[in-house]
Design a protein around this ligand. Structure first.
Ligand SMILES: *Cc1c(COP(=O)(O)O)cnc(C)c1O
Length: 461
């Protein structure tokens, strides 16, 4: 066909919009999105025709279907649910902790209407948003007072600004942590207006090192949990209780950035070197901060526990307003913390804990089930033993044995499969190990299996 002829026969925008694939989209998508997609499809066709790269014109129905697909893709939120087949329980890029069902329901309940966020219903006057979790945290951890801020980075910022500003804060050279990005202890100190007084060496810091650094300018002693690395071998760290005692002797608060902040003892899950919040409270640390969405298994938040006089100081600080949490976070956090009143219930209800504690035979059974489904869908697959990680900058030296399904469709490389599954409406994120594409079942639920099966079915076609 002549180019002019082809160009003339390209259908009109409205003609395509009236066809079933697009007409049915009108209610689903924001106005104009389908029209824009049709315009783009037709413009590409025009360019192809002009360059001579178009042999024949596709049918109108085909063009409408292609535009509908494009419109749907454009309308897809970039932040959307995904399936985590990496086995990394606290995958920061995949949103860290999954909320428990009850926590998610509590979010929905306060999100859609008014709530008692800062309203004291007993006395009919203004209340405090921190009140919703303070007594609960006291029951679970034994702490005297508590508050919640946006995340643990904000908690550290607030503690150092309120307590350390204008003076010196003593910290060990072995704990000058970089969390990620530009969040590093020395830089944070500068930001908070305090002077970092480094003591000890990278591998060893003694109590006498802290004591020798204390002077008239000292405002606090800082302990930072080395969440994402470990110093092993010829190394020594001052026990927390001894540090707390030293603080007391000089009337100085001991501040601890605990990082993950586990409320459960994870040793029975095979995770041995993660301290608990309760241990820090018991050791007598004056201010302790940790994340809500790491091992705690709740929403993104920074929890601060400690002595009432210091917590009151933080609550009154101008920064507190800048880093405060919203009602949805508090609702999710309350439900998450409630589960910890009963350790067995916590292990069952909180996804992070149930994933980390899943016994090998359960994981093997789950992997066998998924493997069977994929084989039935016509895709070669096998159950393999693998090793997972906790993630979220927690337990860096710890790998946890797990089971995975190696997916091996014919005619597709592991990289090709990885891309095809990743780019779907519900992205499926797996891991390539030793040349195999793996779906680790520790972070998968059986409810994910139909979606994975359907995706693999479409990919192998
Ligand atoms: C993860 C971590 C932080 C940052 O916590 P966020 O909740 O991600 O802001 C700070 N300190 C330590 C030691 C951590 O492990």
């Amino acid at each position: 066909m002549e180019r002019q002829d082809l160009l003339r026969k390209i259908p009109k925008v409205d003609e395509l919009l009236g066809l079933p694939p697009l007409a049915s989209l009108a209610e689903e998508l924001p106005a104009g999105m389908a029209r824009d997609a049709v315009r783009e499809v037709l413009e590409e066709l025009r360019q192809q025709a002009l360059s001579g790269g178009l042999e024949a014109l596709p049918g109108s129905m085909e063009l409408a279907a292609s535009a509908a697909k494009r419109a749907r893709r454009t309308a897809l939120p970039s932040l959307r649910p995904a399936i985590n087949g990496t086995g990394v329980t606290l995958h920061t890029n995949l949103g860290r902790a999954c909320l428990s069902r009850k926590a998610a329901e509590a979010v929905a309940a306060v999100a859609r209407g008014y709530s008692t966020l800062e309203y004291d219903v007993e006395n009919g006057c203004r209340g405090s948003r921190h009140s919703h979790i303070e007594s609960l945290l006291a029951s679970v951890t034994g702490s005297e007072a508590a508050m919640v801020v946006n995340n643990n980075a904000a908690a550290v910022l607030l503690m150092l600004s309120a307590i350390g500003k204008g003076g010196e804060v003593v910290a060990s050279r072995g704990e000058l942590v970089e969390i990620g990005g530009s969040f590093r202890i020395p830089e944070i100190m500068t930001q908070c207006g305090c002077t970092l007084r480094e003591v000890g060496a990278t591998n060893k810091t003694h109590l006498r090192d802290y004591e020798a650094a204390i002077g008239p300018e000292t405002r606090a002693l800082l302990r930072v949990h080395t969440s994402n690395y470990r110093i092993v071998g010829f190394s020594e760290q001052v026990p927390l209780a001894a540090l707390a005692e030293l603080g007391q002797k000089y009337g100085l608060p001991v501040i601890e950035d605990l990082g993950s902040g586990s409320l459960a003892d994870l040793t029975s899950f095979g995770i041995h070197d993660e301290p608990t919040v309760q241990q820090s409270v018991k050791a007598g640390v004056d201010l302790i901060s940790f994340s809500g969405d790491k091992l705690l298994g709740g929403p993104q938040a920074g929890l601060i526990l400690g002595k009432k006089s210091y917590i009151d100081q933080l609550k009154k600080h101008p920064l507190a307003r800048a880093v405060r949490v919203d009602k949805m976070t508090l609702a999710a956090l309350r439900e998450t913390l409630c589960a910890y009143l009963d350790p067995a219930r916590a292990r069952e209800e909180i996804p992070v804990l149930s994933m980390l504690s899943a016994p090998p035979h359960v994981l093997h059974g789950r992997a066998a089930l998924l493997c069977q489904r994929l084989q039935d869908a016509g895709c070669p697959a096998q159950v393999v033993e693998t090793e997972g990680q906790v993630g979220g900058g927690s337990c860096p030296t710890q790998t946890i044995p797990s089971w995975a399904v190696a997916v091996q469709p014919e005619g597709l490389t592991p990289d090709g499969l990885e891309e095809a599954l990743r780019k779907r409406e519900i992205p499926i994120i797996g891991r390539i190990s030793k040349g195999q594409y793996l779906l680790d079942v520790r972070t998968l639920a059986e409810a994910d299996f139909p979606t994975i099966e359907q995706a693999v079915r479409e990919v192998v076609q």
